[in-house]
Ligand binder design. Structure first.
Ligand code: FES
Length: 183
């Protein structure tokens, strides 16, 4: 089902480690489509965290990391060819949530020959990491949440998410440091 603008608006309370204030403030984490049509959080700034080192990544192998909070698993993959939203010299490095968008089961198998994550152990959905995490087969209809990445020298730094994680409409809940935008 197509998502609409302001499709998710989740009001809640959070510890606002706000700039210079350390105040506690009620916030609303809102997901909207940006100019590219992708779904992005617009009212909260995600933490920045080093999640890998370029020099240690092996083409065709996946590594795992939690982001933005502990217990929110993701995979980091060098596909070995330029892919949608890939970063690095080869435009082949991507990160995605490894929580299935159908009903939230864990995705643990990465296949290098097809650049796919899955099949999901619950209902067999497989996601194409070379095509922005789109479901390539199975029950899911939503792309995987994509981790925004950049390279700072050798460090692979995560700095946000595109699209909510299944079961975590507010993926920042429980994140210790949360810097809030003003709106
Ligand atoms: S939970 Fe993954 S396909 Fe159903």
């Amino acid at each position: 089902m197509p998502l609409t603008r302001r499709e998710f608006m989740i009001a809640g309370s959070a510890i606002g480690a706000a700039l210079g204030g350390g105040i506690v403030a009620p916030v609303a984490l809102t997901w909207e489509r940006d100019a590219s049509g992708d779904v992005a959080a617009v009212t909260a700034r995600f933490p920045e965290r080093t999640v890998g080192r370029w020099s240690e990544l092996v083409v065709g192998e996946s590594t795992t990391f939690d982001y933005p909070a502990e217990g929110q698993p993701n995979v980091l993959v060098r596909v070995g060819r330029p892919v949608a939203h890939g970063i690095g010299r080869e435009h082949d490095l991507v990160g995605f949530s490894s929580t299935c968008t159908h009903m939230g089961c864990p995705l643990t198998e990465y296949r290098a020959d097809t650049a796919t994550l899955g099949p999901c152990p619950c209902h067999f959905t497989t996601f194409d990491l070379a095509a922005d995490g789109i479901p390539a087969f199975g029950q899911a209809t939503q792309h995987l949440s994509r981790v925004l990445l950049r390279l700072d020298g050798d460090e692979v730094v995560a700095f946000g998410l595109r699209r909510p994680i299944y079961g975590h409409a507010d993926p920042l809940h429980g994140v210790g440091v949360r810097v809030l935008a003003s709106t």
